[in-house]
Write a protein that binds this ligand. Sequence first.
Ligand code: FES
Length: 122
Amino acid sequence: MVWKNAIKTKKLKPGKTKMVTIGLKVLMVGNIEGDFIATEGLCRHMRWPLAMGGKIKDGCVRCPLHQSTYDLEDGSVVEWSPFPLYPPYGKLLGKMSKKKDLHIYPTRIEGDFLQVEFEGES
Ligand code: FES
């Protein structure tokens, strides 16, 4: 396991999220009421970049495209592609790909940086 710098904490204002690239991985990082988070950056449904319009509420992130919702504690799917309801394209599109949880990365603050821990790397 290895910790890598993701972003300077001063660039992450409270309530904001951003996309960052670390090596080959795309992540969403955020400052949610003083808690720093890091998740896989692309929605598991159809790869929408979650920091582009993703809403964070009640400990979850909701993708703006078809509104799949993931719990930020463990990344589990709360709702899978429910939007739009009528016509029911959301449900149809949801059936085109298997439900997948969002990867959540451990974070810490080191100096000026938010760091993210990656497994299986050195
Ligand atoms: S791409 Fe995110 S819900 Fe469809």
